[in-house]
Write a protein that binds this ligand. Structure first.
Ligand SMILES: Nc1ncnc2c1ncn2[C@@H]1O[C@H](COP(=O)(O)OP(=O)(O)OP(=O)(O)O)[C@@H](O)[C@H]1O
Ligand SMILES: [Mg+2]
Length: 509
């Protein structure tokens, strides 16, 4: 082997050793420094400078200068620029005699360039990402062997730079996402904390206390109450106040699911377990693992699903539909119903054992007409909230308006009250909301001075409206909230039904 060949082999050997170090370095500035330092030793030159190309601004950026500052220069200038723009290697014996030579950098770095070997840095997709530039060969000039060594080194350096860039971007994104995530979590936890449960009545205060008492345990909970009384709100308050808050809260409406689908929805299924099961699917129980599963309208569960749920509650394991092995799950179950479960049990539609298993901790959310003392506070808080949300100046209620609100029966409960206030914020221009601004049904409640709050002594219009609301709620339930079918059953158009549902604060799903 000739002396020259052995020298080249030696240089390549050193490049190889350097590669190991490059691969281990993920910090871009340190990586560039390492390439420059070791590169100049391997190539026996005074300096190696790495320029990275900023295509958008057509600039070359050098990270390494003597004072640790970055240099930015126009990529159309200088030898390094010509190399990056053409993608060609450039070798210059005497830079001072070369027209392309750009003196400003030398001036900046107090360096005197003599010979230059500039190699384009290319990423694995073959795009030029910068220039690898060797300056002032210590003895003689840059040889073809130097070109080969420098090219090999530049290739490895480009890969390491791309990787470091990628890692840097990912790290930055992760830090940003984590910050966003923490912020969002705080918002969600704040939004669903017990502080947002409004009411000074004993009943509401008792509920708040109970939520606090059970927060650290994983005990399952049954929430009963009419539609719109805050069952889901209570369920979320339990979850977001518990140690499970950082894990998922998963809600499923058992009434909105056909019996045939509910099992696979809850427990998941294995591929091919039934005709259209194309792929394996995780069920809601598994999705909620570590967190809370909210089973809404549990009274509507099919008997088969009831058995399976009982097994999960008792043994904390589940079987996917078509699956052979049991999967352990750690889920707190909060079930809710606005139906009379006792009645469902007597009719044989609900399992007694499941009922007893669930009802250990029961929370009953009161109908709004049973906590009338909370109506003024609720109304004022909602008014303030929606004025703020809609960017309108704050409004207030006249004493008469508050009296009407407190006397109305609110069959749609807090949801109906909330909808009434939302509507008032949009429709009232004056700063004080008066009696006559209220919707007719609410107003008529007060036109019966001294009238009892119950179902007697009300106006015909009021009574008819209440009956109408009950019929709509009932039809929706019977049709599993399918609005087209419910509208048909009631002899209404779908649009007509939706209008009435909105007016009465009935939920669409
Ligand atoms: N005490 C309360 N304080 C503040 N907001 C309340 C209160 N009770 C209910 N709400 C609000 O009323 C609306 C309806 O509540 P939610 O959806 O929890 O009722 P629900 O009992 O689950 O009704 P449904 O049976 O129809 O599903 C929500 O916007 C909720 O935030
Ligand atoms: Mg609900």
């Amino acid at each position: 082997m000739s002396a020259q060949a052995s020298q080249t082999g030696h240089a390549l050997q050193r490049v190889l050793t350097l590669c190991g170090q490059l691969n281990a370095e993920r910090e871009l500035p340190r990586l560039l420094e390492l390439i420059a330092r070791e590169g100049s030793k391997i190539l026996d030159c005074e300096r190696v400078t790495i320029f990275l190309l900023d295509r958008e601004r057509c600039e070359l950026i050098s990270q390494v200068t003597l004072d640790g500052e970055k240099i930015r220069l126009d990529a159309r200038l200088g030898i390094a620029g010509a190399c990056a723009m053409t993608g060609q290697m450039i070798k210059v014996e005497d830079a001072q005699q070369d027209q392309r030579f750009y003196t400003a950098v030398d001036a900046r770095t107090s360096f005197q360039t003599r010979s230059v070997l500039a190699i384009p840095l290319r990423n694995p997709a073959d795009d030029v990402i910068g220039t690898f530039q060797c300056l002032n060969k210590r003895s003689g000039s840059f040889t073809p062997d130097d070109e080969q060594t420098a090219s090999t080194l530049a290739k490895q350096a480009a890969i390491a730079i791309e990787t470091a860039n990628l890692v840097q971007n990912l790290t930055q994104q992760r830090v940003q996402l984590e910050a966003e995530n923490t912020q969002l979590r705080k918002e969600v936890e704040g939004r669903f904390s017990t502080q947002n449960i409004i009411g000074t009545s004993d009943t509401i205060q008792l509920i708040i206390r109970l939520i606090d008492q059970i927060r650290d345990s994983s005990v399952d909970v049954l929430i009963t109450g009419e539609s719109g009384t805050g069952k889901e709100m209570v369920a979320k308050a339990i979850h977001y106040n518990s140690p499970r808050a950082r894990r998922p809260f998963v809600a499923i409406n058992c009434a909105a699911m056909p019996d045939t689908l509910i099992e696979s929805e809850l427990f998941g299924h294995e591929k091919g377990s039934f005709t259209d099961a194309q792929a394996r699917r995780i069920g809601k129980f598994e999705e909620a693992n570590g967190g809370t599963l909210f089973l809404d309208e549990i009274g509507d569960l099919s008997p088969a699903a009831q058995v399976k749920i009982l097994r999960v509650l008792q043994e904390r394991v589940l079987d996917r539909v078509g699956g052979r092995t049991s999967i352990p799950v750690d889920v707190r179950v909060i079930a809710a119903t606005n139906a009379d479960l006792d009645h469902a049990i007597k009719a044989g539609r609900f399992r007694t054992d499941l009922y007893f298993r669930l009802k250990v901790v029961t929370i009953h959310t009161p109908a709004l007409r049973d906590i009338r003392e909370d109506i003024p506070l609720l109304a004022r808080v909602f008014l303030q909230r929606y004025c703020q949300a809609m960017g309108t100046p704050q409004k207030s209620f006249s004493a008469g308006a508050i009296r009407c609100l407190a006397q109305h029966d609110w069959l749609g409960n807090v949801r109906e009250l909330e909808n009434e206030i939302k509507r008032l914020v949009v429709s009232t221009r004056r700063a004080t909301i008066a009696e006559e601004d209220l919707s007719e049904a609410v107003r008529t409640a007060a036109s019966r001075p001294g009238a009892p709050y119950g179902s007697t002594g009300r106006s015909l219009k009021n009574a008819v409206e209440e009956l109408e609301k009950r019929l709509i709620a009932d039809a929706l339930k019977r049709c599993r909230r399918n609005q087209v079918q419910a509208a048909r059953l009631l002899g209404l158009s779908r649009q007509g039904l939706i209008k009435k549902m909105q007016r009465y604060g009935l939920k669409s799903s």
